[in-house]
Write a new protein. Structure first.
Ligand code: PEP
Ligand code: MG
Length: 576
């Protein structure tokens, strides 16, 4: 019989498919001991499953794009390391060989042992690594099961299915999307989680907080996932299906209409020109940025290169990556951000300081780069060389005070002199800009404007530091919202200061590409938005419906609001 499960929209859209329940702790384990002659083949099964899991992670990397690839790759790196962990592998082999455990039982035993070790740790970060163990072991177990039964093979296919789970790891979501998954219903989680951001980038409808989903749904139940309304309908009626078909027709027409905007200028309804830039890291991002008519690249996160690399990328490797980006944009300006490692950005390069009690408030971004002048200079030389191929701007992350910008400028000057000695012909001027993502930088922005040629506001971090709320912590949703009055006032202050100084100010945090915040940002005076290129047309379309003068006229009211609820209510009125 039809029933409706309420939830919260984490990613827009609708999907009709069969439910596939995932309860990771539920995997069945065969505890019968192995006979002597079974040990060899069982070891082979185990290693083949480990290889499959490694291969899956490897393939996953290739499928991801953009800013999200960086976040997901951190999980993939951590998981890949675990899969190659000598102690884990030896333990598994010993359990099978000496303890006569079957592969599944050995995996479960190792999981329990490692989980207990991590759970006993004092450091909350290390404690949370237990989740990684669970996700890695679940991946190997799933590979093992697929070797055995046709049923499991079907499970792996995911074509036509809607995943119903408690939560889902970003890496799994990316993999399943590649295998034909239609949507996700999660019984917990938040719209700001990494998985939710990833679902939006992949265009997968997703519902979170559908409390009873795992107890009320069964495998193969037909579900209409309606993220637009924030519900999942089990056993939909003919009427529901008609509504779904109507939505499909509308979505297709909308897609065609948006495609016509690819080469259109970006203007508000009252004709004010707005610059739309792309946050791009991969060749696919660059191609998309070009085909969707971006005005340039507003953020290229170079740490992405360092995270992919075992060790440090050489000057030439960096030069080629930056040069190809510049060439790819065909003469449009490209903003290359210097290394922003640390805090939530894992460190494959071995640069991040160990043992900091509070890495988000530690030596990250430009603070880290300035500690390693030789590493930083290598990057600076590569950027300077790439700038011979087209217009480049340099953006410095995590700036707190002017001396950091002064130090970076000095390093650029020295590197320039060195390169000139080698007769490399460099462009005369390379604009140097500051990310505004530290509250002190936002408040004291006039001091930075003395030394910066442009500013880029990083609201992902600025919000977490202003609100003292970890950007990745789902439990803080009610605090970590871009509608917080304190954040609005800072944004308005920074944008206004930039305008008065005659310097460009862009915004490259997640909200830059979220149409729910376009009106708010326009009201606050923003005229340069940088976003994942998949969002460009949506934002261009939204801007065309908004009246710049009217919104600017309401800025004071917005800035007077006391609570984020009041801001939301005002914005809702403005949208009517
Ligand atoms: C930001 O903080 O808003 C930003 C764009 O940088 P990142 O997400 O890379 O920290
Ligand atoms: Mg940031």
């Amino acid at each position: 019989m039809r029933h409706v499960l309420p939830g919260t929209q984490a990613s827009r859209g609708m999907a009709l498919g069969r439910a596939r329940l995932v309860q990771p702790s539920r995997y069945a384990v065969d505890t019968r001991p192995l006979a002597e002659e079974e040990i060899g083949p069982e070891l082979e099964r185990l290693h083949s499953a480990l290889d499959t899991a490694r291969q899956e992670l490897h393939e996953l990397r290739g499928k991801l794009h953009g800013a999200l690839a960086r976040e997901v790759n951190e999980f993939i790196d951590a998981h890949s390391l675990l899969l190659d962990d000598a102690e884990l592998l030896r333990g598994l082999d010993d359990l099978v060989r000496i303890g006569h455990y079957r592969a599944g039982a050995a995996l479960k035993k190792q999981r329990d042992k490692l989980a207990a070790v991590f759970e006993a740790m004092d450091d909350p970060y290390l404690r949370s690594r237990k989740e990684d163990i669970d996700q890695v072991i679940a991946r190997v177990v799933s590979a093992l099961q697929r070797q055995t039964t046709a049923e499991e093979r079907k499970l792996a296919a995911r074509v036509g299915e809607i995943l119903v789970a408690d939560t889902i790891a970003p890496a799994d979501m990316a993999q399943l999307a590649g295998n034909g998954l239609l949507g996700v219903v999660a019984s917990s989680g938040s719209a700001y989680s990494h998985s939710a951001i990833l679902a939006r980038s992949l265009g997968l409808p997703m519902l979170v907080g559908a409390r009873d989903a795992l107890s009320l749904l069964h495998d193969d139940d037909l579900i209409l996932l309606d993220a637009e309304r924030g519900e999942a309908i089990v056993h939909p009626t003919a009427q529901d299906l008609a509504r779904y078909r109507a939505w499909q027709r509308e979505a297709a027409a909308e897609g065609r209409r948006l495609a016509t905007l690819a080469n259109a200028p970006t203007r508000t309804r009252d004709g004010v020109a707005i610059r739309l830039l792309a946050n791009a890291e991969t060749a696919a991002d660059v191609a998309l940025a070009r085909t969707r008519g971006a005005d340039g690249v507003g953020l290229y996160r170079t740490e992405f290169l360092f995270l992919r690399h075992k060790g440090l990328p050489s000057e030439d490797e960096q030069f080629i990556a930056y040069r190809d980006l510049v060439l790819g944009m065909g003469g449009l300006p490209v903003t290359i951000r210097t290394l922003d490692l640390g805090a939530d950005k894992a460190d494959a390069a071995g640069l991040v300081l160990r043992g900091e009690d509070n890495p988000a408030l530690g030596v990250r971004g430009v603070r880290l780069s300035l500690r390693y002048p030789a590493v930083f200079t290598t990057q600076i030389r590569a950027i300077l060389r790439a700038a011979c191929y087209g217009p480049v701007r340099v953006l410095v992350p995590m700036v707190t005070q002017p001396d950091e910008l002064i130090a970076v400028r000095t390093l650029f000057k020295l590197a320039r002199q060195d390169l000139k000695r080698d007769s490399i012909d460099l462009p005369e001027k390379l604009p140097l800009g500051a990310m505004i993502e530290v509250p002190a930088a936002a408040i004291n922005v006039r001091a930075l404007l003395e030394h910066a040629d442009f500013l880029a506001i990083g609201t992902n971090d600025l919000a977490q530091y202003v609100l003292a709320a970890d950007r990745g912590n789902d439990a803080l949703d009610n605090i970590y919202t871009p509608l917080q009055p304190a954040l609005l006032r800072l944004l308005s202050h920074v944008i206004g200061a930039g305008r008065r100084a005659g310097k460009s100010v862009s915004l490259c945090g997640e909200i830059g590409g979220d149409v729910n915040f376009t009106a708010m940002l326009l009201a606050l005076g923003l005229n340069e938005f940088s976003m994942h290129p998949s969002q460009l047309l949506l934002v261009r379309d939204r801007l065309a419906t908004l009246d710049h003068a009217t919104l600017r006229g309401h800025a004071t009211r917005l800035l007077r609001a006391f609570t984020h609820e009041q801001v939301a209510a005002l914005l809702a009125q403005l949208g009517e």
